[in-house]
Design a protein around this ligand. Structure first.
Ligand code: HSE
Length: 436
């Protein structure tokens, strides 16, 4: 803790007055006398920001600045709230804030996923808090829920939906909307990342997954090692076939400790990507920007967290809760983590979708490629009514090793009748695992 005498009110320096920063000002104002006050706001183009509709919620005597040092070095800032995102320059700013003995609250999942270990060590050495409840699942208290409420269990698996934009896109497509249109809506509503690839290609979700893995599984994993599959290849026909299989499609992030820890100590299995989700799974019930995280504990069983995972107000709620925790002097549970490697491979049933120029022998060729890698076909689905010049059909497999299927998919992609790269999705298995 800094030696500087703190005032009774926690004085907040806000980095970023965008969607979340401005919503935070409004949420804070709604709390009246919460013992928290914004004293400084840093943003580029301050004059324009001061004209923002929500700027009225920032106290009139707060200093607005375009120089970040005016916040990081200010004697009247006890806690820096960082809502800008990205690794650079946010990392250096937060290092400077922590080094100066200031608490930090951040919504920056990339920073916590990639640099968390060093930043937590720095915060601890300075005796200050580094809280990041808004980094995963926006307004859903997954992080404090795991850190406080579930620290008594031994969590072995986390799965769920942690990207609101993808959920918004896929659940809208399930109701018939077109991919491009809903992506634009998500961007206009402020859910999406600045670069839509971060959402749709799974990079946002895998950073969040790594944050959860550290907290829940005590596994420090490198986000770059987590295989991420895009949702951009999912189309209306996949929802039609998924429905026939009693499923829908969602972007699922999952991480679990290796089943046989005595063989695979120090390894987790993890991946992010679109999956076929049975309608009987709670994960299939999430719509719009809703996030849903299911933790599986050895003693307490499954716990489901759900709510709005993106957007200014839900995210600002998580930021506000962290700021309040600091203002009240809450004590954090320490959850040390160790470095672990990631394997992307899983044994699971899979959904394979092909779009072909029809001719005899196609099913035989596909079956041959699957037989070569030892994958057993469970079903073949082909809707009537599509012209033979562009025929979509689906094969589902019995539980198979994903890397083996990828091998077969690579062979099949080269077949002359294949009109687009074939799609391979894992089918989520709902297991009603009982607790011990
Ligand atoms: N782009 C993110 C999402 C924002 O859609 O979930 C919240 O992290």
């Amino acid at each position: 803790m800094s030696n500087e005498k703190r005032s009774d009110v926690l004085r907040v320096g806000l980095l970023g007055f965008g969607t979340v920063g401005s919503a935070f000002a409004e949420v804070l104002a709604a709390h009246g006398d919460a013992g928290v006050r914004i004293t400084r706001v840093f943003n580029r183009g301050v004059e324009r920001k001061r004209g923002h509709a929500l700027a009225k919620f920032v106290p009139a005597d707060a200093v607005w600045t375009e120089r970040v040092e005016d916040v990081l070095e200010a004697a009247d800032v006890d806690a820096v709230v960082e809502l800008m995102g990205g690794l650079d320059p946010a990392e250096n700013w937060l290092r400077a804030a922590l080094s100066a003995g200031k608490h930090v609250v951040t919504a920056n999942k990339q920073l916590i996923a990639y640099r968390g270990a060093e930043l937590f060590a720095l915060a601890e050495s300075k005796g200050v808090h580094l809280l990041y409840g808004a980094a995963v699942a926006g307004g859903v208290p997954v992080i404090p829920g795991i850190a406080q409420g579930l620290s008594g269990d031994v969590i072995t698996r986390i799965s769920g939906i942690v990207n609101g934009t993808c959920n918004f896109i896929l659940s809208s497509m399930e109701s018939g909307a077109a991919y491009g249109e809903v992506l634009k809506q998500a961007q206009a509503a402020g859910y999406a990342e600045a670069d839509p690839s971060a959402d749709v290609d799974g990079f946002d979700a895998r950073a969040k997954l790594c944050v959860l893995a550290r907290l829940a599984l005590h596994a420090e994993i490198d986000p770059e090692q987590v295989p991420a599959q895009t949702i951009a290849t999912i189309s209306a026909m996949d929802f039609a076939y998924a429905k026939e299989l009693g499923c829908t499609v969602r972007q699922v992030a999952r991480v679990e400790l290796a089943a046989r820890a005595e063989l695979m100590d120090g390894v987790v299995s993890a991946s992010v990507g679109p999956m076929l989700v049975p309608k009987t799974s709670p994960i299939a019930w999430s719509h719009g920007t809703q996030n849903m995280v299911v933790t599986s504990g050895r003693f307490g069983g499954d716990v489901v967290f759900s709510g709005h995972g993106a957007g200014g107000h839900p995210t600002a709620v998580a930021v506000m809760s962290d700021v309040r925790a600091i203002a009240e002097g809450s004590v954090q549970v320490r959850l040390p983590a160790k470095k672990m490697a990631v394997v992307g491979d899983v044994v699971a049933p899979h959904y394979l979708r092909f779009v072909v120029a029809d001719r005899p022998g196609i099913v035989a060729a596909i079956a041959g490629a699957l037989a070569k890698v030892g994958a057993n076909i469970d079903s073949i689905l082909q809707h009537r009514g599509f012209g033979g010049d562009r025929l979509p059909f689906v094969v589902t497999t019995e539980p198979s090793l994903s890397s083996k299927l990828e091998e077969a998919m690579a062979e099949m992609a080269a077949f002359d009748f294949m009109l687009e790269p074939p799609l391979c999705l894992q089918i989520l298995v709902v297991d009603d695992r009982d607790t011990d």
